[in-house]
Design a protein around this ligand. Sequence first.
Ligand code: IPM
Ligand code: MG
Length: 356
Amino acid sequence: MTKKILVLAGDGIGPEIVTEAVKVIEVLKKDGLDVSLEDGLIGGASTDAYGEPLTEATLKQAKSADAILLGAVGGPKWESLDIAIRPEKGLLKIRAGLELFSNLRPAILYPQLADASTLKPEVVSGLDLMIVRELTGGIYFGQPRGVETMENGERRGFNTLVYTESEVERIARSAFEIAMKRSKKLCSVDKANVLECTEMWREVVESVAKDYPEVEVSHMYVDNAAMQLVRAPKQFDVMVTTNMFGDILSDAAAMLTGSIGMLPSASLDANGKGMYEPIHGSAPDIAGQGVANPLATILSVAMMLRYTLNEAAMADRVEKAVEKVLDQGLRTADIYSEGTTKVGTKEMGDAVVAAL
Ligand code: IPM
Ligand code: MG
């Protein structure tokens, strides 16, 4: 049966990079990939058109799709809006609305880009780690939240870190399953020495671990994990953590590779339906110039092929095509170094299509 992909290009460089990723999908369609594409608006683009960053109609469209390809959301134009209708809210609403609780954020150092990292080559060469971030719970969604004025006139801001056991259990299972397919090593990151909620997190991870005796499990406090990530990142294979810790650690991990413009992500529900997007943001400073790196979005298509469309061979093909253009020395500005050939967004997309 034809699978439906909803394309939400979003803001900033979103439309430019998504255009290149769609070209890749079109090539695969000619080779038998049975998908149909639809478009929709999210983020500031949706706020401009409809007054909110994600309409019920678009959410419904997303629910009926098999997979979603997302560019990026946000930009200075919308930063002064009320937090309830800022572009980021659209992203949070679609994550929650589709129950995309399992966020996979790989950090891979491409040998061709070894110079791009700010860390010494021996620290990062061969790096290939996977952060599994809980995406629909924790402090991002916990109630109560807000800012209130106290009797003395001073304001008081508050957010709540909350997880139920079942929420921890499902993300832990998701991470153990991934660990089983990789090197069977899992590090769970928490702040169990201070936060009760994450002390419970650790207990639940321990109990799920009993079902995966082959996986070597460790636990680490988040402050130490941040330090270890920059000190000796290759000690990790799969890491699992809360929504906010995952937000922070995945940016750090991305930068180990020196090229956030290269990293894709998948956000999955319990049935393998997923939203796929580059880890980087909407980069408003370079939007519209045709210089953004489309490779993270193209690699997000590869993740979509692997995790939702069950087309592992096609996923391999896309990943190999990306490596080939890197081997050819083609680089967008964000990964450019002397001796390589600087290309724009479209040329990079065309090169991947040619390599395919
Ligand atoms: C991310 C982003 C989002 C997050 C923002 C844009 C809401 O930083 O996907 O990591 O905090 O989850
Ligand atoms: Mg983030």
